[in-house]
Write a protein that binds this ligand. Structure first.
Ligand SMILES: [Zn+2]
Length: 403
């Protein structure tokens, strides 16, 4: 994976090839949609203040604000926030992929598939968590994980990388959804080795939670997901089925999101004559907001910036690719309060929090590549997938009117 070496360079030196301009005449063939769960202005501020080098945020070709309300509250939860970003429709808190009356909505990922594009999902949490699920599922509660897993099998995505095996294999109905995926001609990987060098054109990778993130997410039991992978591998072994790679561990889970994103891009490029749509979620920023953990959020934003820098470099080298970066909502009511600093001494940046929950403050939008100009200004969360859809259709009338 040639891009892996760029990642190492970015992590070591903070450098990336970049251009501050882009070709506005290019069509939008490919879209990368990067969502930082709970990534508000406080989180972005820590990234700006703790990096000596220019961050990926500062390299944006256009910057906007978006207002994140759900249909029934100024403060959205992740299911309704994900639904707005995925479908362009607001719903009531708790609902996922459904309108307030319970009708199924069509996500931008599904619309991309209808346009003949290949599609992918990369997350550093479970594949059935609210934000990715908003792109392929429809349930009245995020707790319906078993049903979401069934909907994932039917999603038609070409590449998916994340965690959360238990809802696929340890089910009350005893159905093994991994076999269901294999019947649909997916390669299914459980180890890091295959993600670094994927050979299949279509694959689903489900890793232990310890490999997709170095620390636990509050809502997810990491030990349960680790146990699910090990339990499934020994079950396959007892049935005489070859199972490779369960001993392989990622050396540094902080590289996971970057490497998994590049692996998905390299795979999506194969045979994508109509382009592709890839959604990536950096999910754990939200958890640090809920925990009011300033140091955790800073580290998470450091990792987020590494992924962002790599994607900017990718967009620079693939000029028909639009990258849109935003959040589903802000978490923690983050801010940086006044402290006395000594002149000439570099003080540590620390965040203050005003809540353990989500807030309704606006969140930033950053866009890169062709069509980026459409994301400048103030918008609603629901405007983002609508703009992406019109750009994927190469509706230049819409595009020009926004310049
Ligand atoms: Zn949250």
């Amino acid at each position: 994976m040639k891009n892996y070496f760029k990642l190492l360079l970015i992590m070591a030196l903070g450098v990336v090839v970049n251009s501050c301009t882009y070709d506005r005449s290019k069509d939008v063939k490919n879209v990368i949609y990067l969502i930082g769960d709970g990534m508000g202005f406080g989180a972005v501020s820590t990234a700006l203040m703790t990096h000596d080098q220019e961050t990926g945020f500062e390299m944006a070709h256009a910057v906007g604000f978006q207002e994140t309300s759900s249909a029934d509250n100024h403060v959205t939860d992740s299911p309704a926030g994900g639904t707005a970003l995925a479908t362009g429709k607001r719903t009531r808190n708790g609902y996922l992929g459904l309108d307030p009356d319970g009708n199924q909505l069509t996500s931008i990922l599904k619309k991309a598939q209808a346009m003949g594009k290949r599609t992918g999902i990369v997350v550093n949490t479970t594949l059935t968590e609210a934000t990715p699920a908003a792109f392929y599922a429809g349930v009245k509660s995020r707790s319906e994980g078993y049903k979401i897993a069934e909907q994932f099998v039917e999603s038609g995505v070409d590449v998916a990388i994340g965690s959360g095996l238990s809802v696929f294999t340890d089910r009350p109905d005893s159905v093994d959804l991994i076999w269901a995926l294999k019947k649909k001609k997916y390669e299914v990987y459980f180890d890091w080795k295959h993600i670094v060098n994927p050979s299949a054109d279509r694959f689903v990778a489900i890793l232990p939670m310890s490999q997709v993130h170095r620390r636990n997410q509050p809502q997810v039991s990491r030990s349960a997901e680790n146990g699910a992978v090990l339990g499934y591998s020994s079950r396959l072994a007892s049935e005489g089925t070859t199972y490779a790679g369960d001993k392989t561990d990622i050396s540094n889970p902080r590289e996971y999101l970057s490497v998994a994103s590049l692996s998905a891009l390299e795979t999506l490029e194969k045979g994508a004559k109509n382009g592709y749509f890839l959604m990536i979620e950096s999910a754990i920023i939200d958890g640090y907001g809920h925990n009011n953990d300033s140091e955790g959020m800073k580290l998470e934003m450091y990792d987020f910036n590494n992924t962002l820098m790599l994607l900017i470099d990718y967009v620079h080298n693939h000029p028909n690719t639009l990258l849109v970066v935003t959040a589903d909502h802000e978490t923690g009511g983050t801010g940086i309060a006044y402290k006395q600093h000594e002149v000439g001494k570099k003080e540590k940046v620390s965040l203050n929090f005003s809540t353990k929950g989500h807030t309704g403050t606006v969140v930033p939008v950053f866009a890169y590549g062709p069509g980026a100009e459409c994301f400048a200004g103030i918008m609603k969360n629901t405007d983002i997938p609508k703009k992406i859809e019109s750009l994927m259709k190469n509706d230049f009338k819409t595009r020009r009117s926004k310049i």
